[in-house]
Design a binder for this molecule. Structure first.
Ligand code: ZN
Length: 498
């Protein structure tokens, strides 16, 4: 039996090493690589993906997985998790012919580049042919994988194990019932929030200083992580001891970098806290996108956009920007960071309207895989749905359908995990409140109690548990979106005197 486990471990190490290289290439592409590096990178990624494919998909692995299946009962917990992980990955990749698999890797690089150009030029036509190819590949993948049921289910499952169109439809329906009337009530009430950040310039140097200090406060380990700048903030987890996050500084919009830094820090903490027992393995990473987002959002929203956060950390910011914030207070910063506005750009959306942005993308993706929409239809469908859900119509494709990078990379099925993450986060906060006072922990300027709970209940497990298992074990209940909708109702009723 040992030999099967050892064989799987060896394969795991080799695939992990290739993943390590790929991650470094992506990090480099997003931070420092020059303009003309795109073709060389695309061809390198194609070769790496062929190596990856051939190493994983072959008769030996097939036999090995079969042997492990037959001897499952002899595996320890980590061994079993690793087996399940690879079985799933094998089935997912083996269904795609190798030439199509690696061609898609090349297409991803080129489509991302075309998307960037299209967004810059505000010209959807530049991106459209690439997007259509990406859609065609994903449709084919759905037929290859053939999980049955709604075709979009296959893609949802890839990002959030267990998620289906039926479940997501119900989830979003429930959110819509609460969020849409709340937004309307806020608009009718007409309370204006004066932001101390509006129209004030915050030099990048000071913003960097704040990012740096707040990372220490939140517990980000800088011996095992760094922060850099990129156009779109992201987290690249290379190993648990090498977690790289980025943020973007806008001098006329300081709140943007503050919340990007805190959000990515949440992702980073998850990765840094994964148990060393999992070794340097493909399973030593966050379990699903939804759970990962719950960790970024619990820091960004439940902690970062709370009154307690600003009460505790306003002085830190004011010390760096005494002139800019001379008339501001913890209270005005708190209100400004929760100002509700139906807007065009997802990543700038407030916590309340955010899920409406996700619903637009969810409806479009579902439609694409039902065969209702092709790439050429998307600008119009996008604008129609924004008008319907948020009451705003994008004046350009750059501020509309071209705003997100995801589709250029073929990431269909990814967006719902953002909204799920917000909902999971609220259930985790409620569970913590049964053990200690969440708010008081933030006010104490020592987040170790919160960090420790998240580490023990979520982070340390890496990919060895499903979202369902994590939520049940951590909170004692199945997933219940009511924690999220109640949180939103409470929070915004207080802020807007509803
Ligand atoms: Zn995130």
């Amino acid at each position: 039996m040992n030999t099967y486990s050892e064989q799987l471990n060896k394969l795991d190490h080799q695939l992990n090493a290739l993943g390590f290289c790929e991650s470094l290439i992506f990090w480099d592409a997003a931070t420092l690589a020059p303009e003309n590096s795109v073709d060389g990178r695309a061809s390198t990624l194609v070769s790496l993906s062929e190596l990856y494919y051939n190493l994983l998909i072959n008769e030996n692995t097939k036999e090995l997985l079969k042997a492990l299946e037959e001897n499952k009962n002899d595996l320890d917990e980590v061994g079993l998790a690793k087996y399940k992980f690879y079985k799933e990955m094998y089935d997912k990749i083996a269904c795609v012919p190798v030439d199509e698999y690696s061609a898609f890797k090349g297409l991803q690089s080129k489509a991302s580049k075309a998307w960037e150009e299209a967004k810059e030029a505000d010209d959807f036509a530049i991106f459209e042919p690439y997007l259509q190819k990406v859609i065609n590949f994903q449709r084919k993948y759905v037929t290859y994988r053939n999980l049955g049921g709604h075709p979009y289910n296959t893609l949802l499952e890839d990002f959030e194990r267990g998620l289906t169109v039926d479940v997501a439809d119900k989830f979003f329906e429930g959110l819509r019932e609460v969020i849409v009337p709340l937004v309307k009530e806020i608009q009718t009430k007409g309370k204006v929030i004066d932001s101390p950040f509006a129209g004030v310039t915050f030099p990048s140097k000071g913003q960097k200083e704040f990012s740096d200090q707040i990372l220490d406060k939140l517990g980000f380990n800088k011996d095992s992580g760094i922060i850099a700048e990129s156009v779109h903030p992201f987290t690249m987890n290379i190993t648990r001891d090498d977690v790289r996050i980025t943020t973007a500084y806008h001098e006329d919009y300081a709140l943007s970098s503050i919340y990007s830094t805190i959000h990515e820090c949440g992702h980073g903490l998850y990765e840094q806290n994964i148990s060393k027992d999992l070794g340097f393995s493909k399973i030593a990473t966050g379990t699903t996108m939804g759970i990962h987002e719950s960790q970024s959002r619990i820091y960004e929203n439940n902690i970062g956009r709370s009154e307690a956060f600003w009460t505790t950390y306003f002085d830190l910011l004011k010390n760096i920007f005494p002139e800019q914030l001379k008339d501001a207070s913890a209270e005005t910063c708190y209100l400004a960071s929760n100002d509700v506005k139906a807007s065009l750009i997802r990543i700038e959306a407030d916590e309340l309207t955010y899920s409406l942005h996700i619903m637009v993308r969810y409806e479009i993706e579902k439609g694409i895989f039902e065969g209702k929409y092709e790439a050429k239809d998307l600008p119009q469908v996008w604008n129609d749905l924004y008008t319907e859900y948020l009451g705003v119509t994008p004046p350009s494709d750059a501020t509309g359908v071209l705003q997100d990078v995801h589709w250029s990379e073929g990431l269909f099925g990814y967006f719902p995990s953002y909204a799920l993450g917000s909902a999971y986060a609220c259930q985790f906060e409620a569970a913590m409140n049964k053990v200690f006072d969440f708010n008081q922990a933030i006010l104490s300027d020592d987040l170790s109690q919160i960090n420790e709970w998240l580490k023990e209940n979520i982070h340390k497990y890496g990919s060895t548990k499903t979202p369902e298992e994590i939520i049940l074990a951590a909170t004692g209940e199945d997933f219940d979106p009511a924690y999220f909708t109640n949180y939103l109702k409470d929070k915004y009723s207080k802020i807007y005197d509803l």
